[in-house]
Design a protein around this ligand. Structure first.
Ligand code: ATP
Ligand code: MG
Length: 308
């Protein structure tokens, strides 16, 4: 046993050394630029998980290969919204009991999903050696994708800020509720001041009408313009629509069970405008580049590349 343990530690040390010297090779055949988009919020329960699930399917329908990462390590419910049964998590990949291919699920419309780990395993708490091992295993994945969508938890805790800082685009979801508006502002403030993320897209969910969505945007923009050095782009609104929660009850995404519902129409517009407005200026890399950013660098250095 001892032999096995020390052998594993030696492996980890070797990988770490090669990683630090930039000798963990990225397979050239998998090099394909990917948009890494995190969907996040200051306040919980604003609709992130449903938005990610539907946007993923809609973007895939528009011809983009989508990978979804359930980054809500607290309460993993993306798989519930999509009606999927996880067969493993990134923790199993780290332990070497499963490959990333075995852990990835196939969701509606052919999207691929990496489930979260329900609190057992936190990326932010991995040692450098563990991060190096996990990265090397993830980099062996032969898949390539056009878009990686990350469903983060809510708030300004390190799990959320960490994932947002590794993304190339950050979509902040808010609702017209004053607490949600205040928390969205607080999240952008922390991301800009502590992580140097300067560009955000705002999506206003559960609105009564389009004007209400624009009102929320202008409200946040006015304060941000006065106190923060950031740019916020209005991505759009999603109407308040019972069909979203009805779809969850049947463990299906709304865009499959209620394709003509009001909220789904809004999400279609959102998916199209995401495609029409590709990331400006941000560095793009393949999915392996994302893992590298996420796992190699610490929380603050991960965002240095945003200073463009
Ligand atoms: N446009 C909408 N209209 C009506 N209800 C909605 C809409 N979007 C989301 N909901 C409902 O709001 C609730 C919260 O949604 P969801 O779980 O997606 O939020 P979340 O931001 O991921 O929450 P958490 O922060 O806990 O992860 C669910 O009951 C969902 O059905
Ligand atoms: Mg959620």
């Amino acid at each position: 046993m001892e032999q096995h343990g020390s052998g594993k530690r030696q492996d980890q040390a070797d990988t770490l050394r090669r990683l630090m010297h930039g000798r963990v090779a990225i397979r050239p055949q998998t090099f394909k630029p990917i948009r890494v988009i995190s969907v996040t919020s200051g306040k919980g329960g604003v609709g992130k998980t449903n938005i990610v699930a539907n946007l993923a399917v809609l973007l895939q329908r528009l011809g983009h290969k989508v990978l979804v990462l359930d980054g809500d390590f607290g309460l993993a419910n993306l798989n519930i919204v999509m009606g999927l049964e996880p067969k493993g998590t990134l923790y199993d990949v780290l332990e070497g009991t499963k490959t990333i291919e075995e852990v990835m699920l196939t969701g509606p419309g052919g999207i691929r999903v990496i489930p979260a780990s329900s609190g057992i395993f936190k990326m932010t708490q991995l040692s450098m050696a563990e991060k190096a091992i996990l990265m090397e295993r993830l980099e062996q994945s032969p898949f390539s994708f056009d878009v990686l969508l990350i469903d983060t938890g809510a708030g300004i805790n390190s799990d959320v800020t960490y994932l947002n800082s590794a993304a190339t685009e950050v979509i902040v979801v808010a609702t017209p509720e004053p607490t949600s508006i205040a928390d969205a502002y607080a999240l952008m403030k922390v991301m800009s001041q502590d992580y140097r993320v300067k560009r955000f897209k705002l999506l206003v969910n559960m609105v009564a009408n389009p004007k209400e969505g624009l009102g929320v945007y202008n409200n946040i923009l006015n304060v941000a313009d006065r106190f923060l050095n950031i740019s916020i782009e209005y991505l759009g609104h999603v109407l308040d629509d019972r069909k979203i929660s009805q779809a969850v009850l049947s463990r299906k995404v709304a865009c499959e069970s209620y394709p003509t519902s009001l909220a789904v129409r809004c999400l279609e517009t959102t998916a199209k405008s995401l495609i029409d407005t590709p990331a400006k200026g941000e560095l793009t890399g393949n999915v392996q580049f994302f893992w590298r950013t996420l796992l190699k660098e610490d929380e603050t250095s991960a965002v240095d590349r945003r200073e463009l």
